[in-house]
Design a protein around this ligand. Structure first.
Ligand SMILES: O=C(O)/C=C/c1cccc(O)c1O
Ligand SMILES: [Fe+2]
Length: 312
């Protein structure tokens, strides 16, 4: 068993509403390197920790964690449609293993996934199907959330499972860092919005286009006085990346959801995927991590970071 970890912010605004060309080129270079690293590692399995953004999972049944044995991309924003290549029996073995470690996960035999899963696959592998992948969705967008210590336990259990495999395993974490896109909250929502959040699967093309246009409109004013969304927080982001790079993962047990939402934005909780990814890595022993990139990018509504790590 050999392990490589990559955690990347995602943003569906990439290519839709970009910052100045030098920044686009800078990020492109980081992503080209990430893809080259993955190509050289040649994974036999990808464990992908990702959030959903009310595309596959809704409040009619909102699980904290889901392992998918089959998944198709909804093709939101600029991401491709299509099925992911999931080894079904291995995914089921993973579910049984996690349960044996006293952590409960939901199971889906037909999950719809969005840019939370697909953008990172496209960026690091160039395809939805290049390598076998087991997607694990961690609720990071639809409050209430379970505590960060539960994410660490989940990641640790999955890391122990990885250690039983005689495979090269790429662990991916998708999302974060600080950010707050215009994703509605159920609490206080108008009835039409509440209906979408509870049961909004398979929107019409017009509804999807309207949602994407709302995100672009928010991006155009994000970070200005005109915008009511919580601004990016580079200090929070750097402290979080340092915590990971310095092998201090247990500190996340003290993270408070409401405090993070206020300080860094409601969708900052996508870093829960990074916590799970690093806990899975830490289950292999000590590791060395490198902060490959960080920049707060208002146009993308993203504290945008990339971090890589491998066991020592
Ligand atoms: O779900 C959406 O419509 C928008 C999501 C989004 C926007 C900006 C940054 C992100 O990480 C997102 O997921
Ligand atoms: Fe996101």
């Amino acid at each position: 068993m050999t392990v490589l970890l990559k955690c990347l912010s995602h943003t569906p605004l990439r290519g839709l509403y970009d910052p100045e060309p030098s920044i686009v080129a800078e990020v492109e270079q980081v992503l080209v390197q990430a893809k080259a690293d993955v190509e050289a590692f040649d994974p036999e399995l990808i464990i992908l920790f990702a959030p959903d953004h009310y595309n596959g999972l809704f409040y009619d049944l909102m699980p904290p964690f889901v392992v998918a044995t089959a998944a198709e991309s909804v093709g939101d924003y600029n991401t491709p449609l299509g099925n992911l290549s999931i080894p079904q029996d291995l995914a089921l073995d993973l579910v049984r293993y996690i349960h044996d470690k006293d952590v409960d996960v939901a199971l889906s035999h037909r999950l719809q996934v969005d840019h939370g899963c697909t953008q990172i696959l496209m960026e690091t592998t160039g395809s939805l199907t290049r390598y076998p992948v087991i997607p694990i969705i961690i609720n990071s967008v639809a409050p209430p959330f379970n505590p960060y210590r539960r994410i660490r336990k989940l990641g640790d259990a999955i890391g122990q499972f990885i250690a039983t495999l005689n495979k090269r395993v790429l662990i991916l974490g998708s999302g974060g860092l600080s950010h707050e896109p215009p994703v509605p909250l159920l609490s206080g929502a108008a009835s039409e919005v509440a209906e979408f959040l509870i049961c909004g699967r398979n929107p019409t093309p017009e509804a999807r286009a309207a949602r994407e246009a709302r995100t672009v409109a928010a991006a155009k004013i994000f970070g200005t006085a005109e915008c009511e969304l919580t601004p990016l927080n580079a200090e929070w982001d750097n402290a979080f990346m340092d915590l990971l790079a310095n092998n201090e993962l247990e500190k996340v047990d003290a993270f408070e959801v409401e405090v993070i939402s206020k300080e860094a934005g409601r969708s900052t909780h996508e870093v829960r995927t990074w916590v799970a990814a690093f806990a899975a890595l830490a289950a292999q022993g000590d590791y060395t991590a490198t902060k490959d990139y960080y920049r707060p990018i208002n146009e993308w509504i993203a504290g945008y970071g990339v971090i890589s790590a491998q066991p020592n």
